[in-house]
Each structure stands twice: as C-alpha cells, then as structure tokens.
Write a protein that binds this ligand. Structure first.
Ligand code: S3P
Length: 428
C-alpha cells in the first residue's frame, strides 16, 4: 500500500522469483555523456529508467545533443568532443552526484560558462574534490562553499598528473573527461581501485585509454565515434533481491543479465562470506562490460566484517548488507566515512532507520555495527529521501514481526522505479 510517499512492508516468509533489474545507472550516465561527445547517432539499449539518469539526458539535451527516448532505448545524436553548446538556463542534476561531477569534467573543456544545481540533498554534497583538479587543469569554477550551485567557466585545459585523495570513480571520471579536452596527457592515480566504467566506456567510444595498475592515462584531443550498446542490469539494484534471498529461509532469486564488472561484484563475494549460496553464469560482454545471470539461495546468515579495503568496491551496497544483518546476522563496517556524504548521511540515517524498526544498530565514526540476534519488531523508518535507504529498510522490514512503514518511499524512483511492485511480487 502506498500512501503519499510512504509504503507499508508486511513481514514475509521469504522471496522467490526471477527479476530482470533496470539498466546500470553508472554505465548509463557515462554512455549518455560520451554519446553527446560523439558526432552522430548512438543507440543506448536498456538505459537506466531512474531519475538520476533522466537528469543526465536532460543536461545533454540542454547542451545541444538530441535525445529520443523509446521505452528503454535512448538514441542520442551527439555533437563531438568540445562541441557542446552553451545552455540557455541552469543545468539541474536533481539528486545525482554522478551527473554533477562527470558533467563538470565535460564542461571544464568547453569555451562557455554553465551553472549546475540540484535538489536539497545534492546541494549539500562536497564538490571540492572535482573543483581542485579541474582548476589545476585550467577551468574556473565558482561554488557555494564547495557545494552546488556551481558555475563552470571552461576553456583550454592542460593535462595533469593527479593522485586522488578519496577513492572516487566520480572524481577519476571527471578528470578523465576533462582530459579528453586537454592538451597533453592526463594521468590519474587512484588511492584505491574504484569502478572502471569510464575507462571501459571511453575505449568503447573509440578513445585510447591506458590502465597500468592504479594509473589511468589518456591523451587529449582524441575524437570519439557513435556506438550502439546494450547496458547491463544494475548489480547494485539486483543486490537488494540478492540480500532478500540470502536473508530468509526457503528463499531463492534468479537475476538474469546483470553487470558483472569485477570492480562492482565484490558484493557477491561478501554475500557468500555471509553464508549465501551464489551461482554466477557469466554469459557475455557488451562493450567490455561483462554480463551474466546471478542465482542466490538462502543457506544461513553468518556474521561479517567489512574492512576499509573492501569499501570502495562495495560502497553502494553497504546499506543493503546492513539490512541482511538484521535477519539474524551481524555486520561491522569501518573505513566507510564516505557514506556520510552520499545522498544522505548514510551512517546516521541508516542506523536511525534500522533502530526505528527495532534493530540493535550503532554508528561508528567511519561505519556502523548491526547485531541481528534479536528479531525486528517493525516500525516506521524514514529513508530521508535516500533511495538506497528506502530499499534497505524495506528488505530489513520483511523479517520483522509486524508491518513497517517506510517514509520517503518515492525516493526509489532515483535508481529503481517500480521497486515496491517487484517486492510485492517476490514475497512468499
Ligand atoms: C558512482 C560512484 C560512486 C557511487 C555512486 C556512483 C559512479 O561514488 O557511490 O553511486 O557512477 O561513478 P564515488 O565515486 O564518489 O564514491
């Protein structure tokens, strides 16, 4: 039952079924931006339907690319590297950090001034992490205390050799996209490996990108070519069903055609460590992105520890793993202070929401601890407008003694429109 942004989750005995999840959000953003920078017609199949990826399409349209949407297929008529046009108004990234940071890299290389803003959550998120390297490259960027709204005065850029302080695929990507527009070579050295979809996508659109260990390098002035690509299902969305199946006795789910990029699939190893039976059939690769079918079956829930080294590969799945722990498991996460600057402060809002459902959960400065030895009572959990928290609270609530209300349930539209319909169809 949906009542004005809230959703009531009834306790369930388990989940069973096959779910084809929507297209990968991270990959969709990159394909859309690179399609706008490629002259001619790119076709992006299985484009992510959430509000974040719609924001990226609206931004590239405002910058002169033509976009035609037909269900999950998006056709982009791109303009070329450095050939986007000055937007008539302010660019609105809505709730999307990826749109903001990657687009800032693109705009840094264009000879006009553009302003990006976003919703209340996005306007609180730190942007200095992209402002600093892009300014070193030659862009002029004004911000509101390091946050949005941000005005980018792009122009001729020079390549830099940059070591990232925070492991962030968004920062790496912003620099590489700016590097495409810069003179000379741009080199990014990562403090820890992060998702590599930008590197893969750049190659797929025809750029020459070199990866040596933790160093990514590209030469400026390269041209891109339009492509026809299929976007795999989003493993971060599939993770909610994987967790639900891992959590409850008698449960199993099959998740066909999900992305299995090695920089994203750490969650599957951790679920296995937590006791789940996982089967992966890697069937194909489209544009360098491996795709396959994941089957998950409950086989007990064991305590797990997520250490700092695991965090960058698992950052978006940590709230879902916290939900798993409430089903009789236990989790300790450290080295994840980045969670505090996501769509919400995902440490404090996660712990507050799980506690409201009756969980034994505690904040740590850079992580959290959840002990699931006591069954949840059920209650009212506020997702504070954060899509991944809304979905995590729903999965936790399946194991409660009574019904639970998820406030801010409409936020699932950011990455997974239709999430609650699938939840209802899977529960047994
Ligand atoms: C993303 C990278 C991650 C992730 C976000 C999507 C991307 O952020 O949390 O949901 O598509 O590059 P950071 O790279 O800032 O950690």
């Amino acid at each position: 039952m949906t009542v004005r942004g809230s959703f009531v989750v009834q306790p369930a005995n388990g989940v069973r079924g096959v779910v084809r999840v929507p297209g990968d959000k991270s990959i969709a953003h990159r394909y859309a931006l690179l399609a706008a920078l490629s002259p001619g017609r790119s076709v992006l199949r299985g484009y992510a339907p959430g509000a974040d990826c719609r924001a990226t399409l609206a931004c590239i349209e405002a910058l002169g690319a033509a976009v035609v949407r037909a269900e999950a297929t998006v056709t982009v008529i791109g303009r070329g590297v450095g050939r986007l046009s000055s937007p008539a108004g302010i660019l609105d990234a809505l709730n999307s950090g990826t749109t903001t940071r990657l687009l800032t890299g693109v705009l840094a290389g264009h000879p006009f001034t553009a302003t990006i803003t976003g919703d209340d959550s996005l306007r609180r998120r730190p942007m200095r992490r992209v402002i600093v390297p892009l300014t070193l490259m030659g862009a002029r960027i004004g911000s509101t205390n390091g946050c949005l709204p941000m005005t980018i005065e792009g122009g001729p850029l020079r390549g830099i050799d940059y070591h990232t302080e925070v492991p962030s695929a968004q920062v790496k990507s912003a620099i590489l996209l700016a590097g495409l527009h810069a003179s000379g070579v741009t080199r990014v050295t990562e403090s820890a490996p992060t998702r590599n979809h930008t590197e893969v996508a750049l190659s797929r659109f025809g750029a020459d990108v070199t990866v040596t260990g933790s160093v990514v390098e590209l030469r400026g002035g390269q041209t891109l070519h339009a492509v026809d690509l299929e976007i795999p299902g989003d493993l971060s969305s599939a993770a909610f069903w994987a967790v639900a199946a891992a959590a409850m006795p008698g449960s199993s789910v099959e998740l066909p055609q999900v992305g299995l990029n090695p920089t994203r699939r750490v969650v599957l190893d951790v679920l296995q460590r937590a006791g789940a039976e996982i089967e992966v059939d890697e069937s194909s690769s489209d544009g360098g992105e491996p795709v396959g079918c994941v089957r998950v079956r409950h086989a007990g829930v064991r305590p797990i520890t997520v250490s700092p080294g695991d965090v960058p590969g698992l950052i978006d799945e940590l709230p879902a793993l916290a939900a798993l722990a409430t089903h009789g498991g236990e989790i300790t996460v450290t080295g994840a202070a980045e969670l505090r600057v996501k769509e919400s402060d995902r440490i404090s809002a996660l712990v507050a929401g799980l506690r409201a459902l009756g969980a034994d959960a505690d904040e740590l400065p850079d992580g959290f601890h959840v002990n699931g030895s006591r069954r949840l009572a059920g209650g009212v959990a506020d997702a504070v407008g954060d899509h991944r928290l809304a979905m995590s609270f729903a999965i936790a609530a399946l194991g409660a003694r009574g019904p639970s209300t998820i406030l801010g349930a409409e936020s699932v539209d950011v990455s997974y429109p239709g999430f609650f319909g699938v939840l209802s169809s899977l529960t047994i």
